[in-house]
Design a binder for this molecule. Structure first.
Ligand SMILES: [Zn+2]
Length: 227
């Protein structure tokens, strides 16, 4: 093989294959692997991911393939919004800002109008794991934002310790989604805390939530109407 070709192939190999091999699988959940995190950060991510998978399993949702969580120190611009994490369905990969970088890039970062802290950081991980698992089960080619954000925010709130969840609910005093309501990403963009509380209350009040989750998983539109 001539040298330029060999060098090019080595480059291609390094770009596409090496990052996967240095991602370390979570000791408590081999289906999750973490990339570019120190031991302490990886432990936090693995624990939050395992917590997410436990909650999702209660709704009959488990990951169908490996989920890679890549930790970065840059800001994330997700669909025009500043986010602490995002899920790229094409690469089947989650990117989350490192805990330190969130405080480096933002003065007084918040989540649901509360001061951002380690508990909310775990919530961000849970949120993104839910997006990944949602995509593993969705039958839509390109699921719209509202159905998956409903589930991601509901599970994020579910994952918080009870006292913290109750605080968010008290601050955003809203009833759950009602029949006929349109769950929309516009409402989410304007009122993320209220969107989360409405979704959490709706999901946890249903006798058979899986029926509604199946509706979310087959939804093809930006909005979803509550039956
Ligand atoms: Zn989301």
């Amino acid at each position: 093989m001539c040298q330029p070709v060999a060098v090019f192939l080595l480059f291609v190999h390094l770009v596409f294959f090496v990052p996967e091999t240095i991602a370390s699988p979570c000791p408590n959940q081999f289906i999750i692997s973490v990339l570019f995190a120190d031991e302490q950060a990886a432990a936090v991510i693995c624990e939050a991911s395992a917590h997410a998978l436990t909650i999702l399993a209660q709704y009959g949702l488990s990951p169908k393939r490996q989920i890679c969580v890549e930790v970065i120190d840059q800001e994330i611009d997700h669909l025009g919004y500043k986010a602490f994490g995002s899920y790229d369905s094409k690469r089947d990969r989650i990117r989350v800002m490192s805990y330190q970088s969130i405080f480096y890039h933002y003065t007084n970062p918040t989540m649901y109008d509360e001061q951002f802290d380690v508990i909310h950081y775990s919530g961000v991980i849970v949120h993104e794991i839910t997006h990944a698992v949602f995509h593993h089960h969705s039958t839509a080619d390109a699921p719209g934002p509202a159905p998956q954000e409903y589930l991601a925010h509901a599970i994020q709130l579910l994952s918080l310790p009870e006292d913290r969840r109750n605080r968010v609910i008290t601050t955003h005093n809203e009833p759950g989604w009602m029949p006929g309501d349109a769950i929309s990403d516009i409402y989410l963009a304007l009122e993320p805390g209220r969107f989360a509380v409405k979704s959490y209350k709706h999901l946890t009040s249903m006798d058979d939530p899986r029926n509604f989750i199946d509706l979310l998983l087959t939804a093809k539109w930006f909005y979803i109407y509550v039956p």
